[in-house]
Each structure stands twice: as C-alpha cells, then as structure tokens.
Design a protein around this ligand. Sequence first.
Ligand code: AMP
Length: 543
Amino acid sequence: MLGLMQNHQLLISSLIEHAERHHSEGEIVSRRVEGDIHRYTYKQVAARSRQVANALDALKLNFSDRVATLAWNGYRHLELYFGVSGSGRVLHTLNPRLHPDQVVWIANHAEDSVLCFDATFLPIVKAIHSRCTTIQHYVMLCDAAALPADTGIPGLQSYEAWIGAHPSTYNWPQFDENSASSMCYTSGTTGNPKAALYSHRSTMLHALAGAMPDVLNISARDSILPVVPMFHVNAWGLPYSAAMNGAKMVFPGPAMDGKSIYELIESEKVTFAAGVPTVWQMMLGHIQTGGLRFSTLNRTVIGGSACPPAMIAAFNDVYGVEVLHAWGMTEMSPLGTVCTLKNQHLELSSEDKMKVRLKQGRAVYGVDMKIVDPDGDELPWDGKISGDLLVRGPWIIEQYFKQEGASPLVSGGWFPTGDVGTIDGNGYLQITDRSKDVIKSGGEWISSIDVENIAMAHPAVLMAACIGMKHPKWDERPIIAVVKKPGAEVSRDELLAFFVGKTAKFQIPDDVVFVDAIPLGATGKMQKMKLREVLKDYSLPGV
Ligand code: AMP
C-alpha cells in the first residue's frame, strides 16, 4: 500500500518562492567587485531570478543545458543559483583560481552554453573564449554602463541589460526532482578534473539536513557570511539553507583579506560564518594584532582541511565563538560530518572537550559512513584503529558526469573518499591521513601527478616526486624531490621558473630538493611515505 500524501517534487525554485513569500524583507548584502556595498531583499532576489529564467528561455536554452559562472560570492551569483537551476538548467560554477587551460578544458567538457562572469575575470575570458567551443553567450556581471567596449568577446552583454529586457513574472516549471541542478568539478584526484552533478533532490535534502540544530543550526535570526566561495561545492549549500530559513546573507565579493572580512562581520552583525582554515588564519591575525573582538559572531563552520587546535582554542576560548569543525567533499555536496558535542561531553574539562572538537565530528543524518581495512572489511569504532573511509547517502555521488559506466562505488554502494580516519564509540570521525595523492593548499587542490609531469618534462630531470609539507598559513604546500639525469645540470630556481605559465601560480611547488634517488616499491611505484622519512628534517623556505 502506498502512502496517500502529496508527491510534490523537491525543486530549488521552491526555496526562493518560500523566501519571497515568508521572508520578503530578509536582507542580502554584498560587497561588490565595484568596491561598494549592495543591499536588497529576498523579494528582489526572487524577482530578478525570474528575470534570469526568462532571459535563459529567450536564448532558447534547453532543459539541462549548462550555464557557467566565473564569479565571486555576490547577489548576482545568487540570482543565477535560483534562476538557472529553477528554470531547469544546470548551474556550473567554474573555479577562477585554476589555470586558464584547465578552465577551458572544464568548460568544454561540461559543454557550457552560457558564461556569466565578474569583471575581475574579464582578462581570463578574453584569453580563453576562442577555445571554449560550446559557449554561445557571454554575460558580464555588471551594469550596462560598465560594459567595456572592444573586448573581442562575441556578443558580450551586461547582466543588467540582459535580464533587464525580461519581465519578473515567470511560472517556475515543475519536473522530476532527480533532474540535474548544478555541477562542480573537482581536481582532487589524478587525471583530468571530474564533475559531481547534483540533482534538485540531493540539493534540497542536503539543505534541509544542513540547517538542523546539530549541523549548522540555521535560522531566520541568523546573518550568514559564506567566505567559502560559491564555486566550491555551492558554498557548502549555504545559499539554499539560508533561503529555506529566511536567514540574512552577507557576501564578501573579492575582498577575502582578514580586515575586510572582519569589517563585514561587524557591520552586518554576522552570527555565523563559513570558510577554510586559511581564511580564518588571516582574520584571526587581523583581530589579534588590532586587539579587536566580535560583537555578534557566535559560531563558525571550518572545513575543507583539518582545523588547527590553536584556531579552535582562539575562537572558542578567547573570542567566545563556537567552532563547528566539519568534513566533507565535492562528491558529498559537501556535508559529511560536523563536530557538535553530545550531552556527555558537556561536563568534560576544557582540555578533554578540545580533544573532541579536534575531531571532524559525527555523521549528519543521511550520511552513512564506515572505515575498512585493505580487504574491505569493516573496522571497529574504537577511536584508535584507522581505515579507509567509505560513505553513502542521498547527496553522495553515484557516478561522475560523463563517466557513466565507470562507477566510483565499491561493493554495497559505498563511495571511497580517499581519506583515512578513525571513528570513536560515540561515532566521531577523525581524519588521520589521505590515501589519495593530492595536496590541499588554502582550500584548493594541487595534483602531485600534474606537478611531477611538468618537472619530468624538463630535460635535466630523471625522476620527480611531489609531496605536501605542513604550512602554517596554507595548511600544505607542495615541494618536489628531483633526481637529475646523469651529467645534467639544473638549479632550484631554474626548475621553479620552468613551471611558470604551465600551471596555476598556487600550484607551483615552493621548493626543489635534489636527491640521489626516490624510494620505489616492488612495482616501481614511488613510495612517498619513505620519501617523507628521508626528508624528515626538511623545512619549507621561510617557515
Ligand atoms: P573538496 O572536494 O575540495 O571539498 O575536498 C574534500 C577533501 O578535503 C576531503 O576528502 C579531505 O581530504 C579534505 N577535507 C575536507 N574537510 C576536512 C577536514 N575538516 N579535515 C581534514 N581534511 C578535510
């Protein structure tokens, strides 16, 4: 017997409809690329999202066509979140920090039809548009008057003129909630970047779960500042959860330095902020130097990389701001675990509480996780034994875009995360290592294979191994260990200069270490654990 309840599809358009109806005066505040502060309400977001939808219909875009963005966190980007997905198209948030060649590869792979970009990224778009083979329409996120002439970009128009030509009345289409809504590429593993393709259903369930009290605890009383970019897994789902609850949103635009972020937190009475440790490192530096305090901020979710103990201590003990240490992945929309305390933790000494807070936390409802040994057998939850972390759930990837048939899942429908960790008796995950061969610097990925391939292309290099080294600001920075060809010569600086232009600047290693040999395993694979032992006394330049 089936239940007799209404079968309403979970669609992203319903979020902005709800926000308009119930929180029409809820504020959206953005620091713009232009430098000023823009302020309006959910009522206007909704109206302008409908204009976006009409503008996309007028371009004769099909259902599921991709609309790409190269944009900071801001109100126009938010309108695209709702207008693009709500009208049945797929929002593809490109990462502007990547090398332009990578952006071209990704845009072509996604078969983007439209590209909407902030003025900051005009030079990138100028440089790449002729190689973007599927993009037919270019829109700069600016007023008509700010559109530069003679850019060479075919048909370039300003966002305001583009949507301004269309009415703000629109009937959001109803369709299957399993339809694709947005996509995000991750370069987390080796080879070409891979795309997670989210659905309306996965996004909506993730937004509901994300708002729960023991997750991010989002309410209409919140003023939320996502410093995490809208091109990083949909700003961790915050635009959706915020609209669902009518929370105020505050967008930092391109100004991500400690001073600008702090000023925005204070001026907009931010209660909750989200970002990677590097961002908070810079902000803590600013407030510590200036002897400043927070007047409204009460919690911050920190994830993307392990949160250092000193940061948790500073926020919790010095500034009275609760740290929600979280773990997740692009492939998980991204929320997996969040570290909120259970009842039995409340009586602990602050030292023991800190031990709990350092963990990445317990699974959000909807996420099933386990740790396994190399044979795939499940390991106990004793907080000591570590194993490969597997996850499954309704907002976790089943297949990568255009890789249908090559399922990333293992037996039982589990997704192997490439992370290694322990789980304690209370269900708290602690990430202890990473089995995937990548480095994460300031929240952005660096593929060690890509770095090695560039080094190996140098005529004097016989073998190269890239490893990540702990860094106080960026969490990790890559260095490269190099064996020179017999009789060949190359200096550290010459080799580092060889990387320039071949990869994004942040992906260039910080240092070169010349070694006689790189430890190899029986199958000829480089043994990076052993290499780390060889380099145990090494420290990064300037650290
Ligand atoms: P991304 O897909 O860019 O969101 O990166 C996901 C990966 O970042 C995870 O698989 C982890 O390797 C790492 N990561 C995310 N959050 C944390 C955390 N709190 N602690 C340690 N590593 C993390």
